[in-house]
Write a protein that binds this ligand. Sequence first.
Ligand SMILES: Cc1cc2nc3c(=O)[nH]c(=O)nc-3n(C[C@H](O)[C@H](O)[C@H](O)COP(=O)(O)O)c2cc1C
Length: 325
Amino acid sequence: MQAVNKKINIDDIKVIQAPLAGISDVVFRGLIRKYNSKCLMTTEMISSEMLCNNPNPRIIKFEEFEYPLSFQLVGHKIDKMTKAAQIVAPYASMIDINCGCPVKKVVVSGDGSAMMKTPELACEIVQSIKEATKLPISAKFRLGWTTQEENYIEFAKALEKAGVSFVTLHARTRSQMYQGSADWSKIKLLVDELSIPVFANGDIKTIQDAKKCIEMTGAKGVSIGRGIMGDFTLPYRIEKYIETKEIIPEPDLIQKIEMLKEHLRLEVQHMGEKNGIKFMRKFYNYYISSTRNASKYRSALVTLETEKEILEVLDEILSIHTANI
Ligand SMILES: Cc1cc2nc3c(=O)[nH]c(=O)nc-3n(C[C@H](O)[C@H](O)[C@H](O)COP(=O)(O)O)c2cc1C
């Protein structure tokens, strides 16, 4: 890989693309960059064990336009996490430690949100990676394991002491998985306790959400995941709002369908028609949710197997929509 400009100025970061395993690929990040040149991108979580066993260059190869780019590592063994960090360090603007993934197969070995049960270990990992790579480190975590075991403030204070440059709080507990609402009031409590920046995460899907969340919490910025699915302008619009208070309207259905067509075309180019079309099935809901008969169209779209057939359905949605405007 050629040398990339991986320089990062953390003070400038207001919006982070939250890691989305199985969703946020190079095409996804490219479409965010089409509108926003500054936001911090994050890789999907990369297993430190897997990377140490198979340091496949494809796992760590990224395009120039994806930078600034944070590499997110998941794992609980100090030696593997440090080795993995050393492998990605030449390509990483910074490293994020995953202390929030709630999935059973991840937490069962002590990784992801299970790290919140072993704060001393999380701190040792941060210190070891920092020492080995000299890169800025961040951590992304939840409120705690359950509501009764919320320890995000102690956890974050320990990480701050261990040397992280900022933290991202997904304001749900592990046991909530993705249910209920993110409790932004807890983000405020954390902001009040730390000297390093806090990024707010969870349920920020519009400029109004970002505005409300930042006003309520005093967070330095936001980390957005699912809100980007179906609207690649969101990181740009939120960043613009934070910097200038300008509210740029959300794309309408016509613009969203044009975005979907481009997304589809690029994924087919990137993965080939069969895999690209299968992959895109995860996104239709997000793009067309505001159309009448959305579930009928979604059910049809997820069964189609060629790009041409999908484009025909999208054109049908567009023509019915424009006829009814
Ligand atoms: C499909 C999917 C994959 C995710 N993958 C990761 C991941 O690899 N690492 C991580 O820290 N969080 C991951 N998350 C959690 C998100 O980064 C984010 O914390 C969560 O979705 C809440 O933010 P949102 O409401 O803006 O989506 C994932 C979430 C989803 C829905």
